[in-house]
Write a protein that binds this ligand. Structure first.
Ligand SMILES: Cc1cc2nc3c(=O)[nH]c(=O)nc-3n(C[C@H](O)[C@H](O)[C@H](O)COP(=O)(O)OP(=O)(O)OC[C@H]3O[C@@H](n4cnc5c(N)ncnc54)[C@H](O)[C@@H]3O)c2cc1C
Length: 231
């Protein structure tokens, strides 16, 4: 069945208890004679923590933000999109198996808006129905799901649980929020970033496309928001 525009469905299900303070003690520990737990127990002013963390991040000392871990549940994204997401090597994934889960009825699929805009939505749906019919036929004939899945398209949706630390989340946001990234992963990473920013508004300046942090564009095809870096 085709899915609606609310997709992908993203929830933040696990997050650090006190991310700013955690990063702050990581930073302070590097430059202090004091024990880290003593630093933790002393009440630090929020602005002082933000200033130090900002300074340390600008200096490139990024291991300090690896202490904050986030877990998202993600559903209703295409296999084309999950294939891009799983290229990120510092994320832990658990993805719905096409070997163990047999698609019942019409499998769920994504229709790109470009298909709709040129009026091919009907043909596209017809093709998905045909694939579904053949998939069902294979299952009925006793072909195992791990082989029947060979005909499932990149458009078929998937579900994942993804866990990653803040450093990797910022890296992914910097790459995938760029207008040149594929629209679906851009939407997905936009939702993941928004959920984290809702909890920690100070992270808004980091969870942005890379150009917003670099003040230049390093893409071959620039959208024009920033001057292109001469390579
Ligand atoms: C716009 C765009 C187009 C793309 N097009 C293609 C394409 O045509 N074909 C294709 O195959 N892929 C493509 N990719 C995927 C891309 O090559 C990366 O595999 C993907 O973006 C993961 O990024 P990463 O390696 O920086 O990040 P992660 O795997 O998330 O790693 C984060 C960072 O950790 C470090 N790191 C991780 N692993 C290693 C390692 N083994 N050695 C050294 N440092 C490491 C790097 O600094 C890396 O940037 C594309 C990505 C984007 C954003």
């Amino acid at each position: 069945m085709p899915v609606n525009s609310e997709f992908p469905i993203v929830h933040l299900v696990s997050e650090p208890v006190n991310p700013l303070k955690t990063i702050y003690i990581a930073c302070r520990t590097c430059y202090s004679a004091d024990y880290p737990f003593n630093i933790w127990e002393k009440d630090a002013d929020k602005q002082a923590m933000l200033d130090l963390v900002g300074k340390v991040l600008k200096s490139g000392h990024h291991s300090t933000i690896e202490h904050c871990q986030y877990t998202f549940t993600i559903s209703g994204i295409s296999r084309a999109c999950t294939h891009q997401l799983v290229r990120h090597r510092h994320v832990s994934f658990s993805q719905k198996s096409q070997r163990y889960v047999v698609e019942k009825g019409q499998f769920e699929y994504i229709t790109p808006s470009t298909v709709k805009s040129v009026g091919l939505q009907g043909d596209y749906a017809e093709l998905m129905d045909k694939i579904n019919e053949f998939y069902d036929k294979m299952i009925q004939k006793g072909i195992p799901a791990e082989d029947a899945r060979f005909v499932l398209p990149n458009a078929a949706t998937s579900s994942l649980v993804a866990s990653l630390n803040l450093r990797e989340l910022i890296h992914i946001a910097n790459l995938r929020l760029c207008v040149n990234a594929q629209h679906e992963i851009r939407k997905l990473v936009g939702k993941m970033s928004a959920l984290v920013i809702e909890k920690e508004p100070w992270l808004e300046e980091y969870l942005v496309p890379k150009c917003d942090r670099n003040n230049y564009c390093d893409e071959i095809k620039s959208c024009g928001r920033y001057q292109q870096k001469v390579l």
